[in-house]
Ligand binder design. Structure first.
Ligand SMILES: Cc1ncc(COP(=O)(O)O)c(C=O)c1O
Length: 405
């Protein structure tokens, strides 16, 4: 069935006149669904008071969604929604070829995931076990940590340093001194939720030292926010991964490419390193929509440049507004900020939610002092910062009990 672009946008609630706004979806008639999802352990969006529009700054999503060429590619795939990805064109192999061409590597240097979370999870399955420990940071993206905890696997979490950056020396020491030996070291650069980054030299030195002392430890460098980095000392670790055994980089189309709902990520590294991930991959893990949209996006480099510039501008506006209120954001190299608000995240989150502004969840051990705020559009951040100003003026009695510095 042909779906016009306009009709499609109206359906998903992006047209001005859409009756299906984010607030409508959050608030009306879905309470039972939310309760059910929560009972099953799913993440649940709060119900907003009627008439309050939502500004969602809680999940590090791209507020503009996919670019035009990606949306057109998605629309073009509706007639093939009934086909398996291998019966559709372009197929999964075409996306692998497009990614391989971008980095001038072979297809066997790339493994696709249903989002980069599949890459992360498969890495845990491949390289962490009761006799091979997992080394990570605290706080960092919790997907792998959660896996280790769920299955009772040996785990070392190294707290970030005073500047909220991954604390590299103790992470290296943990990898080299681990008992049992370290199977996997997770290095999130830029780090979610703190948004800080390490430069290329620090990353290369870390890899060299871990490889020298523990060559069997696999190093997973997660660059989900790569496209948003503006720090000139940063470079992608992809060339390092392509030339160093047991090093891989995870990337995603969920952030700057605006395709979180399409679920496409990938690992890149030496073919031998990636073999275990290729074996663990679920058949048909990526959809015809995601494949088509990702291929189209890769050919539209200008869109990513524009998205980076947009995010940089809105990020600078938000940092300044927060600093003017006395809050202290850590240096941000992503599409989110980790902010010392001098009060519990929950208190701030609940206060903002009353005005429809949704900010990030708790990130222990900083949940009593810091909050993560994703960067929305300029218009959203102008409204949101007014809400922050009011929330931060309210007295707090519980700050500083735990965490913080
Ligand atoms: C650091 C990091 N890695 C990976 C992901 C997962 O992204 P996806 O599975 O959507 O590709 C996220 C999502 O927020 C993230 O912050």
């Amino acid at each position: 069935m042909p779906v016009s672009r306009r009709g499609f946008l109206r359906l998903v609630g992006r047209a001005e006149s859409s009756p299906i706004s984010g607030a409508f979806l959050s608030a009306r008639g879905l309470e039972a669904h939310f309760a059910e999802a929560q009972a099953q352990g799913g993440r649940v969006r709060p119900v907003l008071p009627p008439g309050v529009d939502e500004i969602r700054l809680s999940s590090n999503e791209n507020p503009l969604g996919p670019g035009r060429v990606a949306l057109d590619a998605i629309l073009g795939k509706f007639p093939e929604a009934g086909r398996y990805p291998f019966n559709s064109s372009p197929a999964e192999g075409d996306l692998i070829a497009a990614i391989a061409a971008k980095y001038q590597v072979k297809p066997e240097n790339v493994v696709l995931g249903a989002g980069s979370q599949e890459i992360l999870k498969s890495s845990m399955r491949a390289w962490v076990s009761p006799t091979r420990a997992f080394i990570t940071a605290l706080p960092t993206f919790e997907n792998c940590t959660g896996y280790a905890k769920r299955y009772g696997l040996p785990l070392t979490e190294v707290k970030v340093d005073a500047a909220m950056r991954l604390d590299v020396e103790p992470m290296i020491a943990a990898a080299l001194g681990s008992q049992p030996a370290a199977g996997l070291l997770f290095f999130n650069n830029p780090n979610n939720p703190t948004a800080t980054v390490h430069g290329a030299k620090t990353v290369a030195d870390m890899v060299e030292r871990v490889r020298k002392g523990s060559p069997d430890t696999v190093i997973l460098i997660d660059e989900a926010y790569h496209d948003y980095v503006t720090d000139p000392s940063y470079e992608t670790a992809i060339p390092l991964a392509l030339s160093t055994p047991n090093v891989l980089v995870a990337r995603t189309f969920s952030k700057a490419y605006g395709m979180a709902g399409m679920r496409i990520g990938y690992a890149i590294g030496m073919a031998d390193t990636l073999k275990p991930l290729a074996k663990l991959k679920m058949p048909y893990n990526v959809s015809v929509f995601g494949v088509a949209a990702a291929i189209a996006s890769l050919a539209d480099a200008r869109h990513i440049e524009e998205e980076r510039a947009r995010n940089t501008e809105v990020r600078a506006f938000t940092v300044k507004a927060l600093q003017d209120m006395g809050a202290k954001p850590a240096d941000s190299q992503g599409n989110f900020l980790f902010v010392d608000i001098g009060r519990p995240a929950k208190e701030f989150r609940d206060a903002c939610a009353k005005s429809g502004v949704m900010v990030g969840r708790d990130f222990p051990p900083f949940e009593k002092t810091h909050c993560r705020i994703s960067i929305g559009t300029m218009d959203e951040m102008k409204k949101a910062t007014e809400v922050f100003r009011t929330a931060l003026k309210a007295p707090t009695t519980t700050a500083g009990e735990k965490g913080g510095r």
